[in-house]
Design a protein around this ligand. Structure first.
Ligand SMILES: Nc1ncnc2c1ncn2[C@@H]1O[C@H](COP(=O)(O)OP(=O)(O)OP(=O)(O)O)[C@@H](O)[C@H]1O
Length: 216
């Protein structure tokens, strides 16, 4: 699945962006399928905005986000929904768990969305074990710590098929050991699907073998 940016400029940041260089904004850019892409930027420079443009839940920009050669706007609602179930997955910065559901129900809701789920519940339990959140699976989303929420949101993003995974500061609530465990799981799941990811973060890191590093 091909993702390209063509002179993408967020309307709310238009004036601010003219004051500094960027590898991403207002550039022609193609993300190679299967590549691990890191985009680094300080707070308030548009990381969340970019991730929302990539997932097409915001479109207040000039320029284009092209998916398989077509702008996101060319896809109808049904196709878009199917692509979000099968081709692109996301870990939101604000995590977006349903608080009235348990941690496990949050994951299962996503896993069972497809008539033929991509992975088994055993696989979910295995991922939970690996990220050390097995004990919180029956717990209400409302009562989870932010670090627990983040790991549940990571697992939820990994239970579906995808060609690209978008991640917005996915380890912001995790200590180094937990972050590395989560990164290793994400890398393995991407490799298993021959999928790529686009990850935004504040700082440099060596958690992944990135193919490319950009400054936003
Ligand atoms: N819909 C909007 N209208 C106006 N301004 C906006 C809008 N969305 C975001 N902004 C502004 O755009 C800038 C970038 O916001 P964004 O959340 O994308 O940054 P970020 O790099 O993800 O920040 P952080 O690291 O703090 O999460 C901020 O100054 C924000 O106030």
């Amino acid at each position: 699945m091909q993702i390209e940016l063509s002179h993408l400029v967020p309307l709310p940041l238009r004036d601010k962006l003219q004051q500094r260089p960027s590898d991403i904004w207002n550039k022609e850019l193609s993300f190679a399928p299967g590549s691990f892409v890191k985009i680094k930027a300080p707070s308030g420079s548009g990381k969340t905005t970019l991730v929302h443009y990539l997932y097409h839940i915001r479109n207040d920009y000039t320029g284009q986000v092209l998916v398989n050669g077509q702008p996101w706007q060319a896809y109808d609602k049904e196709t878009l929904a199917a692509m979000r179930q099968q081709q692109v997955s996301i870990i939101f910065q604000d995590l977006r768990l349903f608080e009235q559901l348990t941690a496990l129900e949050n994951i299962e809701l996503k896993r069972l969305m497809l008539p033929r789920p991509y992975c088994t519940q055993e696989k979910v339990l295995e991922m939970a074990e690996r990220l050390q959140v097995t004990h919180v699976l029956p717990q209400s989303g409302r009562t989870l710590s932010y670090g627990e929420r983040q790991r549940i949101a990571i697992i939820r993003a990994l239970v579906q098929p995808f060609r690209w995974l978008f991640m917005d500061e996915p380890f912001s609530h995790l200590d180094d050991d937990n972050a590395q465990r989560a990164a290793d799981l994400i890398a393995a799941e991407c490799k298993g699907r021959q999928a790529g990811f686009i990850l935004t973060d504040l700082d440099n890191d060596h958690r992944f073998a990135y193919d490319v590093n950009y400054h936003l």
